[in-house]
Design a binder for this molecule. Structure first.
Ligand SMILES: Nc1nc2c(ncn2[C@@H]2O[C@H](COP(=O)(O)OP(=O)(O)O)[C@@H](O)[C@H]2O)c(=O)[nH]1
Ligand SMILES: [Mg+2]
Length: 445
């Protein structure tokens, strides 16, 4: 997400950073470029106009043109203003009732059902007990979809027979939630293709009946400025408490994310970043601004690691690396942990400077190379994993056959593993090797 804008802005800011002196003409040029970059990213033109005007005002006001390191100061101002435009995030949902109702609203296809499941996963990680309620009663497939997602993530789904009015499903859902001691009832609702009075009336009635603590409006970021209009229409009729912008993974421009808060006054709560149930990120304006300006997003990365990686296991692995006892078995379990963090390309994208490797790593996963590496390791005996030096020609052939690969591939993996061990030796006694480093070595980077 934000790739093109990010590239453009980074070009502008890196030029500014490098200049010791900036004339008023330089500033004009830079601001014009920033304006164009934002417009091309489909940011609302009013938002762009204000944004550029504020940067100019601050740049002139702080005597920036004569100060020390003016380039870096402009970058700082751009970053701060970007945070401001994105500002007012709200991902701490207020769910202080039991059961609290969290209602999903939005147009058809915006991602309500998927996001409902993602939120259930998230809430459960926080120790809460969720219940999904399928109140999209117009299409039987919609109920099935939620039931399937519930199965997949192990969360209970409340349904009623086809033909039951949505209001009745919601009401009975709440009843069930009360009886079972559920913490949060996540209510999935129907959406039309366009904003429609009958749909709004129904949603208004449901709100009146189950009084949601949170009403999250789900909008498809790929629809760009159209999503701003949709948000305004929903906001006019319903007590929307926050926005979820979905399909950010497919929206390279990101204009909706940059405009919607400033244009509607509604805070963004989450970003949807993939079809999988782990593709949901809390919206952090400061981190996002840093990511757009190419400053990486190390905080999100650290959080992702903390959420998904078994801490003890990680420490054991680190210890073994430092003692030069890191084996293929340890490596295999690290691959498992990395996989749990989500799509590898997305994860690496968060690390400053690792952006380039993200593509290669993702490609390795997509092309099945990662699976082949796993298969090779799985075909080894525990002894072989601990002591790869015993794997001579006949064992290599056996492993290749067992894993459905070739001896050449087995050879390559073993050779790369030796390289990786050498690298670890260099680091051992001192700092831990960067995780990306080991992975990079195996991918032949
Ligand atoms: N790539 C991507 N696809 C998404 C995301 N959220 C939802 N989708 C997909 O968008 C389509 C519609 O989603 P769905 O949850 O059924 O929308 P609903 O009609 O609002 O309930 C499905 O194919 C989802 O897999 C997202 O964040 N990224
Ligand atoms: Mg749906």
């Amino acid at each position: 997400m934000f790739e093109s804008l990010s590239t453009r802005l980074q070009g502008i800011t890196s030029r500014l950073r490098g200049s010791a002196r900036i004339t008023e003409a330089d500033l004009d040029v830079a601001l014009r470029e920033i304006r164009l970059a934002l417009l091309e990213a489909d940011v609302n033109f009013r938002v762009v106009k204000d944004f550029v005007a504020r940067i100019r005002e601050r740049a002139v006001g702080t005597d920036l043109l004569t100060g020390l390191n003016p380039g870096q100061q402009i970058v700082k101002i751009v970053h701060e203003e970007l945070v401001e435009v994105l500002g007012g995030s709200r991902h701490h949902l207020e769910l202080d009732a039991k059961p609290a109702v969290l209602m999903m609203v939005g147009l058809q296809g915006s991602g309500k059902t998927t996001t409902a499941a993602k939120l259930a996963v998230r809430l459960r990680k926080e120790g809460k007990r969720p219940l999904l309620v399928a109140a999209d009663v117009y299409r039987p497939a919609a109920v099935d979809q939620l039931v399937q997602l519930g199965d997949q993530i192990g969360v209970e789904v409340h349904t009623r027979p086809v033909g039951t009015p949505a209001l009745e499903v919601a009401r009975s859902g709440l009843e069930v939630a009360r009886q079972r001691g559920v913490d949060v009832m996540i209510l999935d609702t129907a959406g039309r293709l366009h904003v429609d009075d009958a749909m709004m009336d129904e949603l208004v009635r449901i709100v009146g009946s189950v009084t949601p603590k949170e009403t999250l409006l789900v909008v498809d970021a790929m629809t760009g400025q159209e999503s701003v209009k949709v948000a305004e229409a929903f906001h006019a009729r319903l007590p929307v408490t926050g926005l979820v912008l979905t399909k950010m993974d497919g929206d390279a421009r990101g204009g909706a994310a940059l405009s919607i808060r400033a244009a509607t006054g509604l805070p963004v709560s989450f970003l949807g970043t993939g079809e999988r149930t782990d593709g949901l990120e809390p919206f952090h304006p400061d981190r996002l601004a840093q990511r757009i300006l190419g400053m990486g997003d190390i905080l999100s990365f650290v959080e992702r690691v903390q959420e998904n990686v078994d801490q003890e296991e990680a420490e054991r692995a680190a210890q073994r690396m430092m003692e030069n006892r890191f084996t293929l078995e340890d490596f295999r379990s690290q691959l498992n942990q990395i996989k749990k963090m989500g799509p590898i390309g997305q994860v690496l994208q968060m690390i400053p400077g690792a952006g380039e490797m993200a593509g290669a790593a993702q490609q390795a996963v997509d092309s099945g190379q990662m699976k082949r590496i796993e298969a090779i390791i799985d075909s080894m005996t525990p002894e072989e994993r601990r002591r790869p030096d015993i794997i001579k020609a006949s064992r290599r052939r056996r492993i290749a056959v067992g894993s459905g690969t070739s001896t050449a591939e087995v050879n390559r993996l073993l050779k790369q593993f030796v390289e990786m061990q050498k690298m670890m030796k260099m680091f051992s006694g001192g700092k831990m090797p960067r995780m990306g480093g080991g992975l990079g070595a195996l991918l032949g980077r």
